[in-house]
Design a binder for this molecule. Structure first.
Ligand SMILES: NC(=O)c1ccc[n+]([C@@H]2O[C@H](COP(=O)([O-])OP(=O)(O)OC[C@H]3O[C@@H](n4cnc5c(N)ncnc54)[C@H](OP(=O)(O)O)[C@@H]3O)[C@@H](O)[C@H]2O)c1
Length: 254
């Protein structure tokens, strides 16, 4: 049985994506109860009970809670999968001696099984299970912070882009529902097309625009407004936050 320490946003997205009954705990909010009502399973009275009664345990709490939650827990022989991006394999092994620990960085589209789960090398025992959530990418541990920037936080950045485009359409007179339908489907369809074209963004761009006409003028307006610089800055700020001392320090990005 799958166990979830914490039933917050990321844990719930993974549990929904896996779509099977779970054992879960929380810190008193009632979110574990709500998630169990949705998926089946049982709320566990304590984290020790959760570990005793589950084979695979997802850590869905915040990184700074690791030591306090692991205190006194026997995880020998269990598969412990952390979704706490910055927490290193060494820190997980210290907290749960005798367990097989896996460091991951998932993103919320796992809920609809179109997520990305970055797995630090050594986490191969969890890959089959995690593949049910979308695309699994195995990375050297030193690159896990880059997975946070590229995949973990990205649904929020993409949601801002969607919001901006929908607002622009509404500002020019389109009704909100049509603006949402058209933009969100265009976003999903463009992602599919880019995947089909092996990520050739320039080819997809050139196929849309006639020289001198509206598309290339729209692209030029984005460039004038520094869309690339905005993404560079966003990555810089995410990585800077991750490299600050945090539970003894994250893995340094080289
Ligand atoms: N959100 C994302 O998109 C995302 C993406 C990748 C990775 N992550 C990582 O996933 C982790 C959780 O993030 P989140 O956004 O899901 O946070 P969240 O919504 O705040 O969820 C945290 C959960 O941990 C529970 N918790 C706290 N102390 C606990 C304890 N002693 N025993 C059991 N459960 C306890 C909380 O309980 P209550 O409900 O009672 O407060 C809550 O359910 C973080 O490490 C984050 O870095 C998040």
């Amino acid at each position: 049985m799958l166990g979830f320490v914490g039933a917050g946003n990321m844990a719930a997205a993974i549990a929904r994506g896996l779509g099977e009954p779970i054992h879960a705990t929380d810190n008193g909010s009632g979110r574990a109860k709500a998630l169990v009502a949705e998926l089946g399973g049982e709320v566990m009275p304590t984290n020790a009970d959760l570990f005793r009664r589950s084979d695979t345990i997802f850590l869905g709490h915040r990184p700074d809670q690791l030591a306090a939650i692991a205190e006194g827990i026997d995880a020998k022989g269990k598969l412990v999968i952390s979704m706490m991006g910055p927490t290193t394999i060494a820190q997980l092994q210290d907290a749960y001696p005798g367990a097989t620990v896996v460091r991951t960085m998932p993103n919320t589209p796992v809920e609809v099984r179109r997520g990305v789960v970055a797995v630090a090398e050594g986490g191969e025992p969890a890959v089959d299970l995690l593949s049910r959530l979308g695309t699994v990418v195995v990375l050297p541990e030193r690159q896990m912070d880059l997975a946070t920037a590229t995949a973990g936080v990205m649904p929020a950045l993409i949601a801002v882009l969607a919001e901006a485009a929908i607002d622009a359409a509404v500002c020019h007179g389109l009704d909100v529902e049509n603006a949402k339908d058209m933009f969100l489907e265009t976003m999903a369809g463009t992602a599919e097309l880019l995947i089909k074209r092996d990520g050739d963004t320039l080819a997809v761009r050139r196929e849309v625009g006639t020289p001198g006409e509206s598309t290339v003028r729209g692209v030029a307006a984005l460039e004038r407004n520094n869309v690339r610089t905005a993404f560079m800055d966003a990555f810089h700020d995410v990585l800077t936050r991750l490299s600050r001392p945090y539970l003894g320090g994250s893995v340094v990005v080289d």
